[in-house]
Structures are given as C-alpha cells and as structure tokens.
Design a binder for this molecule. Structure first.
Ligand code: SAH
Length: 343
C-alpha cells in the first residue's frame, strides 16, 4: 500500500479527482498529515466517513523505526533508521546559527565509488521511496520536537541517481501547508551526473545545487571519483555553466581537502583557473577520516594556504566548520559500523 508521505499536493489532487472528490481536500489532507501529524485517518474530523474508509484502504500512515540515536557534544544528532524491509539508513540533524539542518539519505548504499567516502563501501541495494526520504525529516521533527529549517541532500546515496523520487521529495517538503521548508533553504548535492544537471536546470523550485568537485583536474579526479571517467571536468563545467545561465542561481562547489592529494598551492591555483568567472561559491571541506580508508585530512596550515590562494584569486570561498565528527557523522560511517556490529 502507498505511504501517505509519498504524496505531494498535486498527487493528492489527481487522486481526489480520480475519485470524483473535490480538489481542495488535497490541502486539508496535507494539513492533517503534516500539521496535525495524525497517526490514524480516524482523527480526521472534516471529511465524510466513507471517504475516510477509502483513504484507509488506499494509504498507510507509517513511520521509520529509530534503532539508534547518537548525540555529539556540539548538539549534532545522528539517527539510524530501519526501513520496513529491514534496510538501515542514516539521517543527521545539525544545529547552527540559522536553525536546524537535516542531512538526508536518498539510497540504500551507493554505486558512485568515490574512494574517500564511507557510503560507497556498501553497493547500492535500492533507491529510497519518496516517502522514506520525507519521513526522515518528519521523524527528526517528531523525535526531537523541533522545526527543521534547512535540508541538505548529502547523506548516503547519489540523489541524481534516484532523480524522480528526490524531485517529488523536494516538492513535498517545500509545501507551505506541510513541512514548509523554503526552497532556498534546501541544497541538493551531486557527484556530477551531467545529464541530470541539465534536466535539473528546468526544475521550477529555487533549490540550491552543490557539486562535489574535489579536484582541479581530470588526472586527480579520475583517481578519486570514478564518475569522472564518464563525465569529465570539462563536461561537468559546461553543465554547471548551462545551469547557472538557465536559472541565474549560484552553484556551490564542494572540495574536500585530502592530504597530499588535492591540497597543494598548485591545485588551489588550478582550481581558481577552472572556476574563474563562474557564479559559484567554493565550500572547502576538512576530510572526515574513515578508518578503512588510507586518506588523511590536510593540516590546518595547508587548508589555510589553500583558502588564502582562492581568496586572493577572488573566488568566493569558505572553509566549512565540521560538525559531529565525534559521532561518526561522516557519510555512511554509522551505517557501516552497525552492519558490522561494531556499535
Ligand atoms: N552523492 C552526493 C551526495 C552525498 S555526499 C555527492 O557526491 O555530492 C555529500 C558530500 O560529502 C560530498 O561532497 C562527498 O564527497 C562528501 N564526503 C563524503 N565522504 C566524506 C568524508 N569522509 N569527509 C568529508 N566529506 C565527505
């Protein structure tokens, strides 16, 4: 049966029209589900009994089971949720100056194979359903009694590899009658599935786009991100340019600093050449070391030098403050430990 959390307002409208019901009931349904957080359709007071019975036979009101909750000293919380088929996914809640940000997972496992990332140690088992992505936000709000203000689609999985479900998720969480999270407060991150970046250029919501670049040239990127062998840096930059021209929006470029690999001054200068003149913002990310991987975080001084080079070259740049490193908040770490029975 369909989860009620996988339906956008438009989906409910289509459903209602197919039943010969009035369209405005879609708004009422959204309010019952997301505002009143009903656990049973019987709690609905403004709809006819036989329609409520119909809802019961068409939808389930489900939850994700929270099997582990870890809290970091900086307030970051990491949730391990069990899906109805027993698969485990991670969701992270971060507290910062602008509110509460949640990092959601989009796939069980990941096939992109980025060598530094813990998520890719487990191959993709399946896409998450739209409802399973929406429920991560819903569950975090319900379990912690807060209102989520920001979403980053940067958990386990490649969102553009589960494109349709992610797009529907974005519409649902953005609905002003539902979870009401402003599109400008949502960021989707991709490792660079170029055809999907073109497709995403037509998406009507003002959701931010982040690109995991992590290297200034193909030689280095080929070593650490297999996707680069399919869509190299030139193709990626062309797609980013197209997206910026089409949407008039600034793109975030993510760049993890890996010791001795991509963190030299020469790399910083190459990166500045590559990004020169683009409406972008570079987010330098201190690498969160993963026990099973040989990669190391760059030293503070190398990170500062890299940052200064970009700044001097007039590239918009920030050095990301890390959160939750004491609770394995780096992508995929908690799930991979749980699966080996180490936590
Ligand atoms: N698949 C998407 C989104 C998930 S990863 C993507 O690649 O963009 C979100 C970000 O975290 C990516 O930039 C990813 O490269 C980065 N990341 C992965 N493992 C990391 C680690 N151990 N430390 C720091 N950042 C990491």
């Amino acid at each position: 049966m369909n989860s009620i959390y996988g339906y956008s307002q438009k989906d409910f409208e289509d459903y209602l029209l197919s039943l010969g019901e009035k369209k405005f009931r879609a708004k009422q349904l959204i309010e019952w589900v997301y505002r009143h957080k009903i656990k049973s359709f019987d709690e609905i007071t403004n709809m006819k009994k036989d329609f409520i019975e119909r809802l019961k036979s068409d939808f389930i009101i489900n939850r994700l089971e929270c099997v582990r909750l870890q809290e970091s000293s900086d307030g970051t919380k990491k949730f391990l949720f069990k899906l109805s088929d027993g698969n485990l996914i991670e969701t992270v809640l971060m507290v910062n100056e602008y509110g509460y940000s949640v990092c959601v997972t989009t796939e069980v496992g990941c096939n992109m194979g980025c060598v530094f990332c813990a998520s890719g140690m487990k191959k993709k088992i399946r896409n998450l359903e739209t409802s399973e992505i929406v429920l991560q936000i819903f569950m975090v709000e319900e379990l912690t009694n807060i209102k989520v203000t920001n979403i980053v689609v940067m958990g386990i999985g490649e969102p553009f590899d589960n494109y349709d479900n992610v797009i529907r998720f974005l519409r649902i969480v953005n609905d002003p009658l539902g979870l009401e999270i402003g599109s400008r407060h949502i960021t989707v991150s991709t490792c660079g599935l170029v055809p999907k970046i073109y497709e995403y250029s037509d998406f009507d919501l003002q959701v931010n786009l982040a690109i995991s670049l992590h290297a200034p040239n193909d030689e280095i990127r080929n070593q650490i991100m297999p996707i680069n062998k399919t869509y190299n840096i030139q193709k990626l930059i062309e797609a980013i340019k197209f997206y910026i021209e089409k949407t008039n929006r600034r793109v975030t470029i993510e760049y993890i600093l890996l010791k001795g690999l991509n963190d030299s001054m020469a790399c910083a200068n190459m990166l500045a050449d590559l990004l020169h003149g683009l409406n972008i913002y570079v987010n330098l990310i201190p690498y969160n070391e993963v026990i099973e991987k040989p990669y190391k975080r760059s030293s503070q001084s190398d990170m500062k030098i890299f940052f200064d080079v970009l700044k001097k070259r007039r590239i918009n740049v920030q050095l990301r403050k890390e959160q939750g490193s004491d609770i394995d908040a780096a992508c995929g770490q908690l799930r991979s430990k749980e699966m080996k029975g180490r936590v």
